[in-house]
Design a protein around this ligand. Structure first.
Ligand code: ADP
Ligand code: MG
Length: 284
């Protein structure tokens, strides 16, 4: 298991991010949190999580304040900077799944609903329609009693088209070519459940498959940048560059899988929603 303490000595100054950041070893009262694959040195201290700042720290700080004022409790609170310059967040009790796996229908419905509640809470932040999470995979969800109840890790959050996040949830929670992930028609049915639970407008359901392809393309591009050293080259998780080529070839095989099963996904998304959705009408 990754241990952040192997990689940075206490007080090392790490250039980048428009300002230098002092990375510290995990001290005695700090527990390394190892579920992430991007950010080095995330630790828990009491009821807080400490994380080195990212280029979007200020944006995320304001955004989390906005969604909490909107009544959303499915994410940590931003608590300011600690004395070595790390961002502090409230620690969300629960579990983080160690790796993507097959989820049941209740899980994927919960993920779709949680995403919709997040988007609704972001509305109007700095005048934007919606702020997308842009990384709402199972690895960035906190599970309580086996169900996803909160999002974490907002480094990629930015204004966007909601379908980008719906597509990411559909892919990351429902779809995989791995044999233990179930037959494509069942995965397609779960994608439909995500669209239903989110309350995706009918016209958007028909472009969800293309949006899933777009997310896979972006994943390839992101990891190509990591492999080339042009993305977060100094403060990346130490494992990130080692894993990049593996992630790229896996994503490409997932793309072939989605393309090869396009008919199953299109058929499922062509059916009308089974749910009556609260809030804005989704149907058209
Ligand atoms: N607010 C939080 N509450 C509880 N656990 C957290 C919180 N933030 C991060 N974690 C834990 O730390 C791990 C890494 O954090 P994350 O922000 O996802 O980093 P990365 O950018 O590497 O994905 C997560 O997998 C989770 O286990
Ligand atoms: Mg993460």
């Amino acid at each position: 298991m990754h241990d952040a303490r192997q990689h940075f000595r206490r007080g090392t100054r790490v250039p980048g991010y428009g300002h230098d950041v002092t990375v510290v070893d995990a001290a005695d009262d700090e527990t390394p949190l190892s579920g992430g694959r991007w950010t080095a040195g995330v630790v828990r201290v009491g009821d807080t999580v400490r994380r080195r700042p990212s280029p979007s720290s200020a944006f995320v700080a304001d955004l989390l304040g906005h969604v909490h004022r909107a009544g959303f409790d499915g994410c940590p609170r931003y608590l300011g900077r600690d004395d070595v310059g790390r961002d502090m967040f409230s620690y969300m009790a629960g579990e983080v799944v160690p790796r993507w796996r097959r989820f049941d229908d209740v899980d994927v419905v919960a993920a779709g609903e949680l995403l919709r509640r997040w988007h609704d809470a972001t509305r109007g932040f700095r005048g934007y329609d919606v702020v997308c999470h842009h990384d709402p995979g199972p690895n960035n969800a906190i599970f309580v009693a086996g169900r996803p109840v909160a999002w974490i890790d907002f480094d990629f959050a930015a204004p966007g088209d909601p379908i980008e996040d719906v597509a990411y949830v559909a892919w990351s929670w429902c779809i995989s070519g791995r044999p233990d992930r179930g037959p494509a028609p069942e995965q397609a049915q779960q994608v439909r459940l995500v669209a239903d639970a989110y309350g995706l407008h009918r016209r958007d359901r028909l472009r969800l498959l293309a949006a899933i392809h777009e997310q896979l393309n972006r994943n390839v591009a992101t990891w190509q940048a990591v492999a080339a050293g042009s993305r977060n080259p100094t403060a990346d998780h130490p494992d990130a560059r080692l894993r990049a080529n593996e992630v790229i070839s896996w994503t490409r095989s997932e793309q072939r899988y989605v393309t090869g099963n396009g008919d199953a996904f299109t058929a499922a998304l062509s059916r009308r929603s089974t749910f009556k959705i609260k809030g804005e009408p989704w149907y058209g």
